[in-house]
Unconditional design. Structure first.
Length: 99
């Protein structure tokens, strides 16, 4: 997770998470980041009201950053396919199912 993701997740944790023991709320100072990976992080939440400690693992859905690039080879393959295609879609799709 990058810095902006972490900030957003911490804001989310403060908004929706309550202590499992006393229903107390958490502040920035109560939340520690224990580990991060590209699309998830583990947080430790320490309740200042009752002393309870909670571990929370949050994952985020990765955004699609890369678009597929159509290469010249892709275009050539389609051109070759269309050059020999007779327009019979039923036969094309029935043939695909048998493989």
């Amino acid at each position: 997770m990058n810095y902006e993701d972490l900030k957003e997740v911490i804001h989310y944790l403060k908004k929706i998470t309550k202590c499992s023991e006393c229903n107390g709320h958490f502040t920035d100072k109560d939340i520690s980041i224990l580990a991060t990976l590209p699309f998830e992080a583990i947080f430790q939440l320490n309740c200042k009201k009752c002393g309870n400690t909670m571990l929370v693992n949050i994952g985020i859905k990765p955004e699609r950053e890369h678009r597929s690039i159509v290469t010249e080879n892709d275009v050539e393959n389609i051109r070759n396919f269309l050059g020999s295609f007779n327009g019979d879609f039923k036969k094309l799709f029935n043939h695909s199912k048998k493989q």
